[in-house]
Design a protein around this ligand. Structure first.
Ligand code: TPP
Ligand code: MG
Length: 370
């Protein structure tokens, strides 16, 4: 695993822990353990256009574990979608960073989450919709759907219904990462269940891989193997470490502890200062993006834009050659679910309060100056 890749994940860990510490509430342990997966996914695999976040052909990322919002906000901050002030105001009334995420496509938040299992079901539904469109318009409109779930989520009953139908339909467009840190809320997973999650999903016709979930190379290989599997959904069981990088006041490690689930590191028995220091940050100014991480993400954003532009050009050629289908696709793109009165409506772009503008890509780099 490269030092730069790890440095990016450590930056996410520091920002997530800092948000919770400043808010004096939230969930630092899950985000610190999941930082490796989310960084590798967003930087190397997820296709989207940073200048056009609602682009219909973008890949989707559905977070099931809403309590891990700090991880997603930290990731989207590196991608230029939050100002540093936004994440400094984590969990504050009226801020765009509520404790559990709320739909905000312009900032890369594809679903509202909090009730465990719901993100699993949203993701499967979206993947079915994607296959529905691909069946009518061809693979030119295809994209991937990524899901992120945790111990509590895979146990929820709604997840069984969603997982079963995804396997039955052979939704090869799904890649779900399971953050298996063996801890859930106030207990160890073994204390409440002895279910074999791998076998359960295999029985539903899923392609299941088990990997060390904090190892960047293992994550890369698993995502590649998932993308190569087109006939079944993939579950990547990532054995992660809750609160990776957390230290105690004497500098010794304090990882994998149940207490790290839902309170600031300090309250849990760790030391915020020692943790930030150990992860290579500055405890007196922890809300920072390291220069090399900023440089890396600036290059990543350029790559995403270039790749999206290429895809958009290909789509335009397809639309020119298939005008009737293109017109129909535009219709599908514009309509949403029927309302209770049976009328169809056009979804408007997510409405954002004027006081919380989304950073625009032209000002990327200036957005952290607060
Ligand atoms: C449907 C539902 N029931 C209960 C909760 C309360 N809850 C929040 S997090 C959690 C479990 C956390 O365990 P895990 O998903 O493994 O997250 P980790 O502790 O590893 O961060 C529970 C039960 C919830 N969010 N949704
Ligand atoms: Mg867990």
């Amino acid at each position: 695993m490269s030092n730069l890749s790890l440095r990016c994940a450590d930056n996410i860990r520091i920002l997530a822990a800092s948000m919770v510490e400043k808010a004096k509430s939230g969930h630092p342990g899950g985000p610190m353990g999941g930082a490796d997966f989310i960084h590798v996914l967003y930087s190397e695999f997820l296709n989207f256009d940073p200048t056009d976040m609602a682009w219909p052909l973008r890949d989707r990322f559905f977070l099931d574990a809403g309590h891990m919002s700090a991880m997603l906000y930290a990731q989207q901050t590196l991608l230029g979608k939050y100002y540093m002030d936004d994440i400094k105001n984590f969990r504050q009334w009226g801020s765009p960073t509520p404790g559990h995420p709320e739909l905000d496509v312009q900032r890369g938040i594809e679903n509202t989450s909090g009730p465990l299992g719901l993100g699993h079901a949203f993701g499967i539904g979206a993947a079915i919709a994607e296959r529905f469109l691909a069946a009518r318009f061809g693979e030119t409109v295809a994209h991937k759907t990524y899901l992120y779930i945790s111990d509590g989520g895979v146990q929820e009953e709604i997840s069984q219904a969603a997982g079963r139908i995804a396997g039955h339909l052979g939704l090869g467009n799904i890649v779900m990462f399971y953050d298996a840190n063996d801890i859930q809320l106030s207990t160890e997973v073994d204390d409440v269940t002895s279910e074999d999650t791998a076998k359960k999903y295999e029985a539903w016709n899923w392609h299941v891989l088990t990997i060390p979930g904090n190892d960047h190379d293992a994550i890369r290989s698993a995502i590649r193997a998932s993308l190569a599997e087109t006939q079944r959904p993939t579950l990547i069981i990532g054995k992660t470490l809750m609160g990776l990088g957390t230290r105690k006041a004497d500098g010794s490690m304090f990882e994998g502890e149940v207490e790290l689930h839902g309170q600031p590191l300090t309250g849990a028995g760790g030391s915020f200062e020692k943790t930030v220091e150990g992860l290579g940050g500055d405890p007196s100014n922890p809300f920072q993006v390291f220069p090399e991480v900023a440089e890396n993400y600036a290059a990543i954003l350029e790559q995403k834009k270039t790749a999206a532009k290429k895809r958009k050009t290909a789509f335009k050629s397809w639309a020119k050659e298939n005008p009737a289908l293109a017109e129909k696709f535009a219709f599908f793109k514009l309509v949403s679910c029927p309302t209770s009165t049976g009328q169809r409506f056009k979804p408007s772009p997510t409405t954002l309060p004027a006081t919380h503008p989304v950073p625009c890509s032209a000002t990327w780099g200036a957005r952290w100056k607060t």
